[in-house]
Design a protein around this ligand. Structure first.
Ligand code: ADP
Length: 161
């Protein structure tokens, strides 16, 4: 049976931290589904099209990576996709506490799906999408923090902010 993992997130925007987790984990699974969650309670900074577009630019050449969006429970999405694993990155103990709660609730709901954690690379431990957004809001240069093949500049479509 193929080992299929879902890597859920907002990727708002995708950072070098996300890229690193994806590239390091891709060989652990037969298929990795990068899944952009539609969160009704969380207004995103960049549109879904934009965030999906960057992920496609970065990973379309990887044969065993699929990119899509989803709404609803991550475990339900995993069931639909026949994924046995949820992949998450861990930066700090705060991440751990947050992830532990979600991971254990998911485990109670669907015991046969395992959450797998990858420790982030030390240089990305302080890197988050929210910090990248803050830098952008103030007109700063984020090129060191985002994958080198994509451009995220001031021409973004954050009309709501
Ligand atoms: P969410 O809104 O679900 O937390 P994110 O897009 O912020 O989604 O993150 C998706 C996943 O990537 C999470 O598991 C998060 O811990 C991980 N992640 C985010 N930034 C980094 C980083 N710098 N290094 C490693 N993993 C990261």
């Amino acid at each position: 049976m193929d080992r299929i993992a879902v890597f859920p997130g907002s990727f708002d925007p995708v950072t070098k931290g996300h890229e690193s987790v994806i590239l390091r984990s891709v060989r652990l699974f037969d298929k990795l589904i990068i899944a952009l969650g539609e969160n009704a309670r969380k207004q995103s900074y960049f549109t879904m099209e934009r965030r999906l577009g960057w992920l496609h630019e970065l990973f379309d050449r990887e044969k065993n990576i699929e990119i899509t969006n989803y709404s609803g429970l991550t475990v339900e999405f995993c069931r639909v996709k026949k994924a046995q694993f949820i992949l998450r990155g861990l930066r700090t103990s705060a991440d751990f506490e947050f992830e532990r709660e979600i991971g254990q609730m998911n485990k109670l709901m669907v015991p046969d799906i395992e959450t797998v954690f990858l420790l982030c690379e030390p240089e990305y431990a302080s890197l988050s999408s929210s910090i990248v957004r803050d830098i952008l809001r103030h007109g700063g240069d984020v090129s060191r923090f985002i994958p080198k093949d994509i451009v995220i500049g001031m021409d973004f479509d954050n009309k709501q902010l």
